[in-house]
Design a protein around this ligand. Structure first.
Ligand SMILES: [Zn+2]
Ligand SMILES: [Zn+2]
Length: 779
């Protein structure tokens, strides 16, 4: 029956529309409305043709955005009218292959409630099955080898579906229609338990034995979605200490896995925005203040007030915590300290057999190694600290469309890589510190993986300006291999660019912006270590250093980064106040002779100088006795923050300290600030109050400096750098700056520290390419 009112539209959908139940949703809406046509996945995303009476087609268009499945992100629809064909019925067609041209796969997502219910239903065929998944949840990026996203191009390709799964997979009205990782106990991956040497233990339910082992204080290596994790009960000091000793990870906090939201709320103090994130498909680790009565041993996060909590994200995690009496579990990456996660069964057993008592193994491959993401709560809203599972490969915005494909290789610590293509930047998952060879290999793997996934070759490579970072060598190698131009970007400029770009506020041509990078260490063009920088940046990529922290000597070079007490002594010595050293809590932790030697060494004027804000915070921590040595990056500063958070009342900024002008430069008086810390501690002021006063004074001075370098002008200030993770610092400084009339941008979806560096580098490169300009330092 033909109808003159009939129209046919072709709709090309862009965004995350594969692997999210997009086609079934289209099928459902179209068949409900009695429309005819088809839908297909293609290299650009998904395309459909729909045909029917004009008003019904319009109804379809109105329902489309509202009835999207939870994981879909529809970025754009291109629409074109076609001649009606008069076909009958609506069909879901198989994918067309081809070079990827914009199609995206979503990040891995938290197990959904429907799947969870099935796992808890004794009558369901997936009762307790630890690989249960559907169209709305489960692994995506971690198991996809190539696009378009179809089962044969995932690590599920080697598991032929049983008849029952096949029926679910091919029935457009089933909630597992085209759920590529669909599986059941008959046809899907199999779980088994092995002993500490990797020998398979047969007999009994592997999950029951694993849970009993955990309850008995054993360490279990669990093959998760993105690689191996190590688990032990978090409420046992003995178990946690054993894990630390075997893993050689001392001091650095562990995250804990809790059974449900109620337990999470009893463990940490979350605001509603963080709670929403915790239960969202992204399901990150939430870093929030520990609550009294949390069932977590102090060894989990020694010296810190925050705890990282996460919910079971996969069916396997749900099964591990099935019994209500299961205590929270420490969940940490399955590696030796500072190495990347182990991936394969054999590789994991080889690397972890001295650490784990049991291995919970299965026969599904981990295609991409992926850590858990970490979000920290803050009065200004939750902010990402580590970006991995749940976020990657979701693209970030670019201020311009990149005329060529760009690869950015990051810095040296907490490294990520970034690939920019057109107006999207793909920030990789967290790789980690590049001190070890396996970590460097992981970075290479991540870059190859991204290029492969996007099916592009780079025309431009960008690295940190530090010539000797392994990531900089890697950039040069990539440049040679692809015949691509290699460009370097100053570390703190990249931090500032990342914040501006994330908020869509990178300066346009002719515009100028202000950025403050409060960071550890980064290569400065004057060959000193920068790290507390006030920078102006124009849309033409001209930049200048407007002000900075007073540089302090790194007595003993790199050793001073690991041992902040050296910087503390040097600061007091510089102000002729070294007699204070013996009166601070630090004197109880460092041998008298070492302190005396350090005072003498600090008088030497040939030590390398560093203006890093991290150094000043850590030195203050050392003076107050909460961190003479950094066992992990920023430890002393994190402990200082924890100390400050215990202070009562509102801290006042200390009088008598002002911004200084030295050789025509404006400086924050770091050494005088540290003298004040030492003097107050020596005078017997409560240490938490000194720590809080230090934060308040630092922020007041930083705001003053911002106003001074900017003249009468106000406008946007971007705050970036690793120190911005500090909740007290970022909140207080933002308030001070806003009181002065600035608009403050803080990192949200990109880690403020070096985890966001590669994104800032890619932003710089894209702007450089699009505007035909090069970064240039001007006075
Ligand atoms: Zn599900
Ligand atoms: Zn099956």
């Amino acid at each position: 029956m033909r109808d003159d009112n009939r129209i046919r539209l072709q709709l090309r959908c862009r965004g995350t529309v594969q692997g999210v139940g997009f086609r079934p949703a289209i099928h459902r809406i179209a068949t409900n409305l009695g429309l005819d046509g088809w839908v297909i996945n293609d290299p650009q995303g998904a395309t459909m043709e729909i045909e029917g009476p004009a008003e019904v087609v319009n109804d379809f268009l109105a329902r489309l955005p509202v009835e999207m499945p939870p994981l879909a992100r529809l970025e754009r629809i291109e629409q074109e009218e076609r001649d009606p064909l008069g076909e009958e019925g609506f069909e879901v067609r198989n994918s067309t292959l081809g070079r990827r041209q914009g199609a995206l796969v979503p990040p891995d997502a938290l197990l959904c409630d429907d799947c969870r219910r099935e796992m808890e239903d004794p009558g369901d065929r997936r009762f307790h099955y630890p690989f249960t998944t559907c169209t709305n949840c489960g692994p995506r990026f971690s198991l996809v080898r190539a696009l378009p996203y179809d089962r044969e191009r995932t690590s599920m390709g080697c598991f032929p579906m049983c008849a029952e799964c096949d029926r679910e997979y091919t029935d457009p009205s089933d909630r597992r229609f085209h759920a590529e990782p669909v599986a059941c106990p008959q046809c899907g991956p199999e779980l088994w338990l092995a002993d500490g040497q990797g020998e398979r233990l047969d007999g009994g339910d592997p999950l029951v034995t694993a849970r009993e082992g955990l309850l008995a204080g054993r360490i279990v290596a669990v093959k998760g979605l993105g690689g191996f994790q190590l688990a032990c009960r978090a409420d046992s000091s003995e178990a946690v200490t054993r894990l630390r000793r075997r893993k050689k990870r001392f001091g650095k906090p562990f995250a804990v896995l809790v059974r449900d939201l109620e337990k999470a709320k009893r463990t940490v103090d979350m605001d509603s925005a963080s709670e929403t994130l915790l239960v969202s498909p992204r399901a990150p680790i939430i870093l929030a203040p520990r609550r009294d009565g949390a069932e977590v041993a102090p060894e989990v996060a020694p010296g810190l007030d925050d705890l990282g909590v996460m919910l079971p994200t996969t069916p396997l995690h749900v099964e591990l915590l099935r019994d209500p009496q299961m205590p929270p579990l420490v969940m940490t990456s399955g590696n030796l300290s500072e190495e990347p996660l182990r991936r394969g069964n054999r590789e994991a057993v080889a690397g972890l057999s001295g650490i784990a008592d049991y291995f919970l193994l299965h026969n599904r491959d981990v295609v991409r190694r992926l850590d858990d993401s970490v979000v920290r709560t803050s009065p200004r809203g939750p902010a990402l600290v580590r970006r991995a599972r749940g976020w990657v490969p979701e693209p970030l915005p670019l201020p311009v469309s990149a005329p060529a494909v760009i690869v950015a290789t990051g810095g040296h610590l907490q490294v990520t890589a970034c690939v920019a293509q057109e107006d999207q930047a793909f920030l990789s998952q967290h790789v980690g510190d590049l001190d070890s060879v396996p970590a460097r290999e992981f970075l290479g793997e991540v870059i190859e993986g991204l290029l492969d996934f996007l099916q592009v070759e780079p025309a431009m490579i960008i690295a940190d300006a530090h010539p000797d970072y392994p990531s900089s060598w890697m950039a040069r190698d990539l440049g040679d291999r692809f015949g691509a131009k290699v460009m370097a970007v100053q570390h703190h400029l990249a931090h500032v660019a990342a914040v501006l770009a994330e908020h869509g506020r990178f300066p346009g041509p002719g515009e100028r912006c202000l950025g403050i990078a409060l960071d550890g260490t980064g290569w400065g063009p004057d060959a000193t270590a920068w790290g507390g920088e006030w920078l102006a940046l124009s849309g033409g990529l001209e930049w200048n250093r407007l002000g900075h922290l007073e540089p302090l000597p790194l007595v003993g070079g790199e050793a001073a980064v690991r041992e902040p007490w050296r910087v503390a002594v040097a600061a007091l010595q510089r102000q002729g106040e070294d007699q204070l050293v013996a009166l601070t809590p630090m004197a109880a932790q460092i041998e008298k002779t070492s302190l005396a030697t350090m005072v003498r060494l600090a008088a030497d004027t040939s030590w390398p100088m560093a203006s890093g804000a991290g150094r000043v915070f850590e030195a203050a921590g050392a003076l107050l006795g909460v961190g003479d040595v950094n066992r992990w990056e920023g430890e002393a500063a994190a402990r200082l923050e924890a100390l400050a958070s215990r202070a009562s009342g509102t801290p006042e900024s200390w009088p008598g300290l002002e911004i200084e002008a030295m050789d025509g430069e404006l400086l924050m008086p770091s050494s005088r600030l540290l003298v004040e810390v030492a003097r107050r501690a020596a005078d017997g002021e409560a240490l938490s109050s000194v720590a809080a006063g230090f934060h308040a004074t630092f922020c007041r001075l930083a705001a003053d400096l911002t106003a001074r370098v900017n003249g009468a002008e106000r406008g946007v200030v971007a705050l970036g750098g690793g120190c911005v993770v500090n909740r007290i610092l970022s909140t207080c400084l933002a308030e001070e700056l806003e009181d002065l009339g600035f608009e403050v941008l803080l990192p949200r979806n990109v880690p403020p520290g070096d985890g966001g560096l590669s994104y800032g580098q890619a932003v710089f490169a894209a702007v450089s390419r699009a505007r035909g300009v090069e970064p240039r330092q001007v006075d």
